[in-house]
Design a protein around this ligand. Structure first.
Ligand SMILES: [Zn+2]
Length: 326
């Protein structure tokens, strides 16, 4: 029976024990063990994998790059779906090898756009229906729109209702550049919201309703929209998650996102929680990452800080995905 003995690191602290591979169970022990450093895999709560083919994006302002008439959408229209799919798959494979098991993906392009990630292990696709008929027939993990500003609000409201009826998740961006789209977003009562970096004054309205919030630090930084005030509030929120946003700007690896975020906020514990909270929120199974102690974790005095700030591919001994993992 394969067993990895060592410490399991999570936001709740450190416990010693054995990870039994066959059963995917970590058994706590009273004896100190430290051969390996073990963590849950990571859940990336926000990607746009379809634009992995478009890297590297020019450094232009938010609206011009990702707005409805912007660079990204012009380029997506002009690129063959099979090319988009090839790049999305390569990005997912690479990031799964870095311990990110799931990618909650905003899938542009209506029903046809789902082809980009169809049956790719670990990708949970949130489709963007072009009309009510598509929303009724699309078979996806859920639905998502970019912002109430960018689409017909009536369509968004109807799709939100359909998501409820069909028991699918509904997500949307809000508060990325200001509070202008936040009221209308709140009234949709989404299952989760992405960003809120530039609207800290309304974060409390989401936390009171227990609506999860996703932050994307590198994306915010790229657009000059980092806002410590928001992240500090979110560090206190159990339903906070991390995502990596556009694949044309950032890798979809949560190790990369955590490393960067740890320079912006002071709570590595909260960042680690946010990198794994999606498993409970979206009810999917996590795997385990087994880190060796040859490099970053050799002689570390605080494995949690090492993990969040600097652990890399060279530290990974093996990754175990749940056998039922989709
Ligand atoms: Zn996004």
């Amino acid at each position: 029976m394969d067993v990895y003995s060592g410490i399991l690191v999570s936001h709740e602290g450190i416990v010693h024990g054995d990870l039994v591979v066959e059963e995917m169970v970590f058994e706590e022990s009273r004896i100190e063990k430290d051969d390996y450093v073990i963590t849950r895999t990571f859940f990336n709560a926000h990607t746009h994998l379809g634009d992995a083919a478009l890297r590297d994006a020019p450094r232009i302002e938010l609206e011009k790059l990702v707005g409805p008439e912007g660079y990204k959408h012009r380029m997506l229209e002009a690129t063959d779906l099979t090319v988009l799919r090839e790049h999305a798959i390569a990005e997912v494979r690479r990031c799964r090898n870095e311990g990110t098991s799931h990618f909650l993906d905003f899938r542009e392009g209506g029903k046809a756009g789902l082809e980009v990630v169809r049956d790719v292990d670990g990708v949970l696709a949130l489709a963007r229906p072009k009309n009510v008929e598509e929303a009724e027939e699309i078979n996806s993990f859920g639905f998502a729109y970019s912002s109430v500003r960018d689409h017909d609000l009536k369509l968004i409201e109807e799709v939100r209702e359909i998501a409820r009826k069909r028991k699918k998740f509904f997500g949307i961006h809000a508060g990325e550049r200001d509070c202008g789209d936040v009221d209308a977003t709140l009234s949709l009562q989404p299952d989760f919201v992405v960003h809120m970096n530039m609207c800290p004054e309304m974060i409390g309205e989401f936390t009171e309703e227990e609506i999860p919030i996703v932050s994307c630090f590198r994306s915010n930084a790229f657009f000059g929209l980092l806002n410590k005030k928001s992240y500090e509030l979110l560090c206190e929120y159990d339903l906070w998650m991390l995502g990596t946003d556009n694949a044309m700007i950032s890798t979809a690896s949560m190790l990369d996102e955590m490393h960067f975020a740890s320079y912006i906020v002071g709570s590595e514990r909260a960042l680690l929680r946010a990198a794994t909270a999606g498993y409970e929120i979206f009810n999917v199974e996590h795997g385990y990452i087994i880190f060796n102690r040859k490099h970053s974790f050799r002689k570390t005095s605080d494995p949690l800080l090492t993990l969040v700030r600097r652990a890399g591919v060279k530290d990974i001994e093996v990754i175990l995905f749940d056998t039922h993992l989709k």
